[in-house]
Design a protein around this ligand. Structure first.
Ligand SMILES: C[S@@+](CC[C@H](N)C(=O)[O-])C[C@H]1O[C@@H](n2cnc3c(N)ncnc32)[C@H](O)[C@@H]1O
Length: 249
């Protein structure tokens, strides 16, 4: 399939602008604690899909013998190489056409990427293809059914209905598309693709400037740790994490 890459991070200093210069320590910690709970402890070949500059590399380097960071952006990958050297192999390309052989990997993760994906079904089919039977995929999904989005819809401040399963595309955030998904919609895709869902976590539950001011990041992180499993059944958080397994043949 030839599909225009909708979000080009080449030349954008994601590390500095999005993480270091912004107050996102809580969000970073929330991602990390979810990954620690979901990624297998030992893997032979692992890939961070849409891994950018390798922000989360310290969460998987010790767990895998061979680590790939895959991304469309060559400038992000160059940063990753500079930071991690021979500990990682970088690969550039498009998620819809991954440069891995069928059944090559025994683990992968894809974090903070689904909001760039117009075709979730095609991306998931690619991830499934490159995983070995028995392999694990940890996928973060940008959720359209959050409490703030419900409030904005109910009070007429947004036309996007968080209750229907249709994919939300926020053109006001990015002219090229910025996608949010209903949990039911993605869960149906996971099932149709062949994945079995083993665990779900509710992540970044307290992503709010006011909550950060009131509670401070260290307290929010403690609350987040407890909330990730407890709130998973209601799927209200901005990020929903899934541990998916490709069944054994
Ligand atoms: C928000 S960043 C997330 C980076 C990393 N996963 C993290 O959590 O820090 C999204 C990344 O997805 C990559 N990306 C977006 N669309 C892509 C595509 N179609 N193929 C490959 N990479 C893509 C971007 O280049 C960018 O590095």
């Amino acid at each position: 399939m030839s599909e225009k890459v909708i979000s080009d991070y080449n030349g954008y200093d994601y590390k500095k602008i999005f993480w270091e210069d912004a107050d996102r320590e809580y969000e970073d910690q929330a991602d990390r604690m979810a990954i620690r709970k979901l990624l297998p402890k030992r893997m032979e070949k692992f890939a961070d899909i849409g891994g950018g500059y390798g922000r989360l590399a310290n969460e998987y380097l010790k767990r895998a013998h061979k680590v790939y960071i895959f991304d469309y952006s060559k400038s992000e990958l160059a940063q990753a190489k500079e930071m991690y050297g021979d500990k990682v192999e970088t690969k550039a390309g498009d998620i819809y056409k991954l440069p891995f052989k069928d059944k090559e990997l025994d683990g992968l993760m894809m974090i903070r990427v689904t909001h760039h994906l117009k075709y979730m079904d095609k991306a998931m089919a690619e991830l499934y293809r490159v995983l070995k039977p028995g392999g694990v995929a940890v996928i973060e999904v940008a959720n359209k059914r959050t409490l703030p989005k419900m409030a904005r819809f109910i009070t007429g401040r947004s036309k996007v209905n968080p209750f229907d399963k249709k994919v939300a595309n926020y053109k006001d955030i990015s002219a090229n598309g910025f996608y949010n998904y209903h949990p039911k919609y993605v869960e149906e895709i996971f099932e149709k693709t062949g994945f079995k869902t083993e665990k779900v976590l509710s992540v970044s539950n307290f992503r709010s400037k006011s909550l950060k001011k009131i509670f401070r990041t260290d307290n929010l992180v403690k609350m987040e740790d407890k909330a990730q499993a407890a709130l998973a059944p209601i799927r209200f958080a901005p990020s929903i994490y899934y541990k998916l397994r490709k069944p054994e043949e």
